[in-house]
Design a binder for this molecule. Structure first.
Ligand SMILES: Nc1nc2c(ncn2[C@@H]2O[C@H](COP(=O)(O)OP(=O)(O)O)[C@@H](O)[C@H]2O)c(=O)[nH]1
Ligand SMILES: [Mg+2]
Length: 317
């Protein structure tokens, strides 16, 4: 597949291989791939109302198992589900969070589903951009629900919250009696909290955790949307319909606000993209030895920072 027409035809024919290759294209940093992927994104149209849902939480909380059970429930209802991942740590750990496809064995074989592991390498900004474009490709392909899994570290949660409509935070029972372990900023982003592993001996603890989080969120979040706190067991497949129901309520609450939310997200990504492009442009324009020379001068205090920037920019004119 080498032309936009071939990709578009592949999408029309519902060839998942075409989708996978289109995502590889948006993940590529080669200039010719970038150009082709941009033409492809412009050529593809999405008319369908999709749901973009972020699934976040610390490693081991049960994200992949949840997505397997939740996604399978949705495909059984006739919905088409795509799963994408944002994992800025994959570079370090050498594997992606969806590398453990064993946790999503059933969904991975489901004809109504598509699972894409995290792009490895690059900055969080780069990973987020590629994921944003992958979301658009999955929507153009015809998926109804896009689940974006992210590991709860660093800034990746904030980035994912800006990629999705509905940001769901997974917590597990007994992970502390208060919300101290969770960054406050994250609680301000969540649209829903799900307490996982509400089964077996953990069942009571999960109910308690729900109650606890509900109270805490009630104080913290006084907006018109009160993020609900729900318990589920991905293993016993309980509590999942209630979560889907809450997602529906959230979208109903957003109403026309959904388009506002998405358009302000687009604006945010435009600003990010401009900064990134300027950075790239700058590093290709300024000669490395010159930059080193200026850095030394700044380091030793011989040149003020602002003056250094001005000199560098002036040298480009
Ligand atoms: N009892 C129970 N265990 C679960 C449940 N969901 C996940 N687990 C277990 O928790 C561990 C981590 O799950 P995983 O989905 O890989 O977590 P992730 O790192 O957040 O993706 C695994 O051993 C799962 O079997 C659940 O609903 N109930
Ligand atoms: Mg996982």
């Amino acid at each position: 597949m080498k032309t936009v027409e071939q990709f578009v035809a592949g999408f029309k024919a519902q060839d998942k291989n075409a989708l996978a290759r289109a995502i590889t294209l948006v993940e590529s940093t080669l200039p010719e791939h970038r150009a082709l992927s941009q033409s492809l994104l412009s050529a593809l149209k999405t008319t369908k109302a999709t749901k973009r849902i972020g699934v976040s939480g610390t490693p081991g909380v049960g994200k992949s198992t949840f997505i397997e059970s939740f996604g399978t429930m949705l495909t059984a209802q006739g919905l088409r589900v795509a799963v994408l991942a944002v994992d800025p740590t994959s570079q370090v750990s050498g594997g992606s969070i969806l590398g453990d496809k064993t946790r999503m064995e059933i969904l991975a074989r489901d004809p109504k589903a598509f699972i894409r592991p995290s792009p490895s390498g690059g900055t969080l900004g780069g990973v987020a951009r590629r994921t944003r474009e992958a979301i658009l490709l999955c929507e153009a392909f015809g998926f109804d629900v896009i689940l974006v899994e992210t590991v709860g570290v660093g800034q990746s949660e904030t980035a994912v919250a800006r990629l999705v409509d509905c940001f769901v935070m997974l917590l597990q029972p007994g992970a502390g009696d208060d919300l101290q372990g969770i960054k406050r900023g994250i609680l301000e982003l969540v649209d829903m909290v799900v307490v996982t592993k509400a089964d077996g001996s953990q069942k009571n603890a999960a109910a308690q955790a729900c109650h606890h989080y509900q109270q805490a969120l009630h104080i913290l979040r006084q907006e018109s949307w009160h993020p609900p706190v729900l318990a589920c067991s991905a293993v016993e497949k309980t509590g999942l319909p209630e979560i889907w129901d809450a997602v529906g309520k959230y979208y109903a609450h957003l109403g026309l606000g959904l388009e506002d939310k998405r358009s302000s997200q687009r604006l945010h990504w435009l600003e990010e993209a401009i900064s990134e492009a300027l950075q790239d442009w700058f590093t290709t324009k300024v000669s490395a030895p010159e930059l080193e020379r200026v850095k030394k001068l700044v380091q030793t205090g011989h040149l003020p920072v602002a003056q250094a920037v001005e000199n560098l920019l002036a040298s480009l004119k």
